[in-house]
Ligand binder design. Structure first.
Ligand SMILES: Cc1cc2nc3c(=O)[nH]c(=O)nc-3n(C[C@H](O)[C@H](O)[C@H](O)COP(=O)(O)O)c2cc1C
Length: 351
């Protein structure tokens, strides 16, 4: 039996945010010891066929940690040791934020999902920027840049730039988060004018590589608008997708009534369809995120056009060996289908 199978029932007895705090503390402790290299030896899958290049970054493998798991950039080295090929920290806002009152994170075990309305709780850009500058991580680290809670949409461009300035020298790439369903006014941020103003301000400031993260709830015309902006400002990539505010009829867990963004298995299909829609209409790399918990899930997103994938909810349900398991599984799937590398499989399912 794997250690996580033993720990999971205990962890799942705790409120989800408490369990997350324990895991975080454990990984934080681990990061300060020499045991980290032993962890990397156990979990990191080193194989050239998994190596991927996208938006100027070299990823040892295409499986990354999605934004929200390490909001304050406290454990990126531990996550790299668990075999993840990159880590996106944040969302980060200009000032520290407490987020919404607890409880604000809910498990939907019957559905393999989570609902969260964290509300972008984080230590603020100054502290996180400093932490990033002090930490050396041997995989690329992205920073998810979000709008501060009390800033009006018309002041959002300056607010994003302020946050970017504080973290700029600590990140390898930057993700404009205009799709967080738990921040006030997020719907307006995704309209064409608001998004263009935010992106233009960041590009003028020299924010590169710069990616934009989209909601799975965007109707096709709005996705097309977003892709026009990606082209107009020559952005470096698209992250698809964030959580959904919709509730599929198939959900069984009583927690489906909670407000917030739904992640995990229930959004795997919709987010893969969004990856494919985006990848078929743009030349920039797409990072696929939403419901990835097995090698098959990751492979579907890669074949749909994702250059790399990320996950959060899968880590909660499958535990610390998830990156290793997905990477081993990907190698088998590549072999089965006669591909020499992950890069060869990117987008093969396009029409
Ligand atoms: C508790 C929690 C917090 C999150 N916080 C952020 C965030 O701060 N910024 C962001 O862009 N996405 C955030 N996300 C969304 C994830 O990055 C990801 O896009 C989404 O959960 C879908 O992936 P998954 O199904 O693998 O979890 C969060 C997700 C969860 C579950």
């Amino acid at each position: 039996m794997r250690p996580y199978s033993l720990a999971k029932p205990l962890l799942f007895h705790l409120p989800p945010e408490t369990a997350h705090g324990w895991i975080h503390a454990l990984l934080g402790g681990l990061q300060r010891t020499r045991a980290l290299s032993a962890v990397a030896n156990r979990y990191a899958v080193r194989d050239e066929r998994l190596a991927t290049r996208a938006f100027g970054q070299s990823f040892p493998n295409p499986v990354g940690v999605a934004a929200g798991f390490d909001k304050n950039a406290e454990i990126p080295r531990a996550l790299a040791a668990l075999g993840f090929g990159f880590v996106e920290v944040g969302g980060v806002t200009a000032e520290p934020q407490a987020g919404n009152p607890r409880p604000r994170l809910f498990r939907l075990p019957e559905d393999g999902g989570l609902i969260n309305r964290m509300g972008l709780n984080n230590h603020g850009a100054e502290v996180i920027g400093e932490r990033l500058r002090e930490t050396s991580v041997d995989v690329p680290v992205g920073v998810n840049v979000a709008k501060s809670e009390h800033v009006n949409p018309e002041d959002a461009p300056a607010d994003y730039v302020r946050t970017y300035d504080a973290v700029a020298s600590g990140g390898d790439f930057f993700v404009v988060n205009i799709s967080c369903p738990n921040s006030q006014g997020f719907e307006e941020l995704q309209n064409r004018e608001s998004m263009a103003a935010i992106v233009e301000a960041l590009v003028d400031r020299g924010a590169r590589p710069l990616l934009v993260k989209l909601s799975p709830d965007l109707p096709e015309p709005a996705v097309d608008d977003a892709l026009d902006i990606v082209a107009e400002f020559d952005l470096d990539g698209v992250v698809a997708t964030n959580t959904t505010t919709t509730r599929p009829a198939s959900l069984r867990s009583p927690n489906r009534v909670e407000e917030g963004g739904l992640s995990g298995k229930p959004i795997e299909g919709p987010s893969t369809r969004m990856v494919q829609y985006v990848a078929e209409r743009t030349d920039v790399p797409v990072v696929g995120v939403g419901g990835v918990s097995t090698a098959e899930d990751a492979y579907r997103k890669i074949r749909a056009g994702a250059s790399a994938v990320q996950l959060y909810t899968g880590l909660v349900y499958r535990g610390p060996s998830i990156a290793r398991d997905i990477n081993h599984g990907l190698l088998e799937l590549l072999d089965r289908d006669g591909f020499d590398s992950v890069e060869e499989a990117v987008g093969v399912d396009h029409d």
